[in-house]
Design a protein around this ligand. Structure first.
Ligand code: AKG
Ligand code: MN
Length: 199
C-alpha cells in the first residue's frame, strides 16, 4: 500500500526539494498546533515594500539559539530563545535533513486572506544558497514555486497539517515561492521556517 509518510522529491530544475506529507503524525501535529497557537508571542509588523508601508498580512515571531537579528522587507526581528516545543521539532528536522538550524521564523496565517508574496529566502544573514526547512500545522494551503530565470517553470503543492518541506540546494538561488490568498473559508495555519543565520 502507498503510504503518505514517504517523502516525495519534487521535479524542479536547478533545485532539490523534498516534501514529507506526514512528517508528524496527526496527534503530534494537533498538539504542536495548539501549543504554538497559544504560547507563541505572535506579533504583526509593519513592512515597507516598494516604498509603501503597510501591516504584514500575517503574524510572525522569531526564535533563535543566538541573539542574531533577522532583517527582511525593511523590518528587523529580534529573536526569543527557543522554547521546548520548537526545540523538539528542530531536533527531529535536523536529524532528517542532516543540517543544523539556528533560527526559526514562525508565521501565523489567521485566515485565507493572510498570505506571503513571491520571494526567495536569500537575505545576506543566511549566506549563499541556504537550506530552509518549512513545517506546516493547521489549515491546508497551496504553495507555489516559480523559476527565476524561466518563469514558465512552475510547481505547486498543498502543504498539509504535519508536513515538512525541505528546500535544499538551488531552491533559494533559482526559484521564488509564495503562499497566495484564498477565498475559501478556512481556519488558521501555522508555518515554521527553520533557517541558519551565519553572519
Ligand atoms: O508559510 C509558508 O509556507 C511559507 C513561509 C515563507 O516562505 C517564509 O516565511 O519565508
Ligand atoms: Mn520563504
Amino acid at each position: 500500500m502507498l503510504s503518505d509518510n514517504n517523502p516525495i522529491s519534487l521535479q524542479m530544475k536547478d533545485a532539490e526539494v523534498i516534501y514529507y506529507p506526514s512528517f508528524f503524525n496527526i496527534s503530534e501535529a494537533n498538539q504542536y498546533y495548539n501549543t504554538l497557537l497559544k504560547n507563541v508571542d505572535w506579533q504583526q509588523d509593519e513592512i515597507t515594500l516598494f516604498g509603501k508601508t503597510h501591516l504584514q498580512p500575517r503574524l510572525t515571531a522569531l526564535f533563535a539559539d543566538n541573539n542574531k537579528t533577522y532583517s527582511y522587507s525593511g523590518i528587523t526581528m529580534h529573536p526569543h530563545p527557543f522554547n521546548k516545543t520548537l526545540l523538539e521539532i528542530k531536533l527531529k528536522i535536523e536529524t532528517e535533513s542532516a543540517h543544523l538550524f539556528t533560527t526559526c521564523l514562525c508565521n501565523l496565517y489567521r485566515n485565507g486572506q493572510d498570505s506571503n508574496g513571491w520571494h526567495a529566502d536569500n537575505e545576506k544573514e543566511l549566506g549563499p544558497d541556504p537550506i530552509i526547512a518549512s513545517v506546516s500545522f493547521g489549515a491546508e494551503r497551496i504553495f507555489h514555486f516559480k523559476h527565476k530565470e524561466n518563469p514558465e517553470l512552475k510547481q505547486k503543492l498543498v502543504l498539509k497539517h504535519g508536513s515538512l518541506l525541505l528546500m535544499k540546494k538551488g531552491t533559494q538561488t533559482h526559484w521564488l515561492h509564495q503562499l497566495p490568498k484564498t477565498k475559501k473559508d478556512i481556519g488558521k495555519r501555522i508555518n515554521l521556517t527553520f533557517r541558519t543565520i551565519i553572519k
